[in-house]
Design a binder for this molecule. Sequence first.
Ligand code: GLA
Length: 417
Amino acid sequence: MVVVFYVILIFIFDVAQSSIVLLSRKRNLNNITLSMKKSHRTFIEHFKPELKVYSPGRINFIGEHTDYNQGFVLPTAIDKKITFSFKRNNSPNVCNVLSTNYNAFLEFDLDQVFPSKVSWENYILGVVFEIQKISDKLEGFDCLIESELPEGSGISSSAALECGLASGLNELFDLGITKEELVFLSQKAEHLFVGTKCGIMDQYASIMSRADQVILLDCKTQQHRYINASFDPYEIVLLNTNVTHSLADSEYNTRRKECETVVDHVRNHHPEVDSLRDVTIALLNESRDDISQVLYERASYVIEENDRVLNAAGALEEGSLVRFGELMYASHEGLRHKYGVSCNELDFLVDFSKNYPEVIGSRMMGGGFGGCTINLIHKDKVGDYIKKVSPIYKKRFGITLNAFVTTASEGTLIDRL
Ligand code: GLA
């Protein structure tokens, strides 16, 4: 009797397991359970990759919200990454992607690549869609994705995901796509499938960075110059607020529209103007009466930030690190008061650091409304400073602060196994 009961129990458990697997195929992240993890384990155990791709996150020293205004940025890749393992699966069109972080499978057909309701899947599908526009050589593949990039922390896990997948498929199927094309198709994937009208900075940094250097990138022409990231005796420290305010996505596209509105007004007087990159403060002032104070501030922030980037690049080349740090602080003030993309947690961290001479520069980084601040802190004081700021941050916001030291690192790396 007991044995029969036990057998029935196992049967029920088995049925439950397979229905959960089916549900997961319907891409419903909420239904991921213990038994799904078992199927993930099986996938991983049988997986014999032929290719690994290491796709890094990025930092940006200065030049925030300037990229989609055709301005200047100063980013580089970091030593934290997403690792992709790939293999061709000999099917003409079936693709299987397992993300260990999302604890989820995505199975799709190359003949039916459409946007999904599940956010992370759109990064994958978007990239595949863009690749298919320029190449008909894609075939079925299996891919395992493992990330050490915390999402929403302003270090662009999104670009790392897009660029890592694009670079891996390019290599796996010998598609012959150039690095620059990979950058742009990854950006397009984010525009079309994810819906964020991002600039080019993150994808550019993730793919094109070089170890121990930063990239001074002109987002209008893609001309760029590598500058030695010589910050000694200061370390690059990221302080993660561990908040992502829900405004982040919608306000990003709103800022972009606001800037375009200003350009439209300036163009009424100066038809040659194409973006805020072509607008000086003098030109902006000519349209002052046509635009609101808010729009004026948005645009003047961008114009000033472009100047700051060029000055910061010069300061870095001259080894004027204190000047470099001052420009970082000034960038934060602009983002906070004029561009309106900071938040209390970020402002608190930047303000706090102003009391400590060992922190020569600090600012929010990335899209804003949460994520990390980037700080230059004297190497002898990093531990002390983190010990000071962490409990005070915790007391003020009830949130644990994460800190990590990072270095300017190489862009996407590919390893044929
Ligand atoms: C996000 C976008 C970038 C850039 C930054 C802000 O990271 O993906 O293109 O606009 O925000 O500088």
